[in-house]
Design a protein around this ligand. Structure first.
Ligand code: DGL
Length: 267
């Protein structure tokens, strides 16, 4: 049994869609969330930068004495997780593998993926899907404008509708659509209207939550403390992050600002 918090990391507020699912699944756990809003978006950065920034985030959370870390970011999972997971003596979970384990059980082979440009470029989803389901047909589309729109709080307005419509146009007969960026569940209604009811829309947070529960059980890390606290840190708090985060989590979030000189080293 371990009452320390679980650390959750993303480039912005998007990872809160994952946090929300985990909080629902694990109601007795406490959480520390870090959104690297100062360096958002990660989707357009190089792999080297994403690895460096993800390491910084992980080290910040480790200093906060978390017991497990969730990389609640498709971009960081697809490009950094394999390089960093063995560097630290703590379990680290990404968003891709737990989701692909689920897709494999559905028996659906025509799979669409939308994600940031970096994630799509890395082919992280495609490789993971084909590794488990070799006869799958994967269609991937980069949607670089969607995560910034979500940070802006534009999920259901005309601009969101037009952008989603334009991005989803090339999909051909998909059965499943993976929202491969953790910002996108906030666009679910808009995406559903466009893609139609027959396509199963995958919110990756749900499967990360299931995986988190398994790992806590496996490593005997469950909390028996009922204080269940949530601390939220952003590296930049000037913008609409508190507003978007509060709406998403369903309670008032007042994020703290990370003191960068103690946590981020510029080489
Ligand atoms: N939430 C992040 C992801 O899942 C990313 C958006 C970004 O930083 O570009 O990919």
């Amino acid at each position: 049994m371990d009452n320390r918090p679980i650390g959750v990391f993303d480039s912005g507020v998007g990872g809160m869609t994952v946090l929300k699912e985990i909080m629902e699944k694990l109601p007795t756990e406490s959480f520390i969330y870090l959104g690297d809003t100062k360096r958002f978006p990660y989707g357009s950065k190089t792999k080297e930068s994403i690895i460096e920034l993800t390491k910084n985030g992980i080290e910040f959370l480790i200093k906060k004495d978390v017991k497990l870390i969730i990389i609640a970011c498709g971009t960081a999972t697809s490009q950094a997780l394999d390089f960093i997971k063995n560097l630290y003596n703590i379990p680290i979970i990404g968003v891709i593998r737990p989701t692909v384990e689920y897709i494999n059980k559905t028996n659906k082979k025509n799979i669409g993926v939308i994600a940031t440009a970096g994630t799509i470029r890395s082919k992280g989803w495609e490789k993971a899907i084909l590794n488990k389901i070799p006869d799958a047909k994967v269609q991937s589309i980069a949607c670089p404008l969607l995560a910034p729109m979500v940070e802006e709080g534009w999920n259901e307005n005309k601009i969101a509708t037009l952008a989603v419509k334009e991005y989803l146009k090339p999909f051909n007969k998909i059965q499943t659509l993976i929202l491969g960026c953790t910002h996108y569940p906030l666009l679910t209604k808009t995406i559903k209207k466009q893609i139609g009811r027959k396509v199963e829309i995958i919110n990756i947070g749900k499967f990360v939550a299931i995986k988190t529960k398994q790992i806590l059980n496996e490593f005997k890390l469950n909390s028996i403390d009922n204080k269940k606290q949530l601390e939220v840190y952003f590296t930049e708090t000037e913008y609409k992050f508190n507003e978007v985060a509060s709406k998403l989590i369903g309670k008032k979030i007042q994020a703290k600002l990370v003191e960068e000189e103690n946590t981020y080293v510029i080489k």
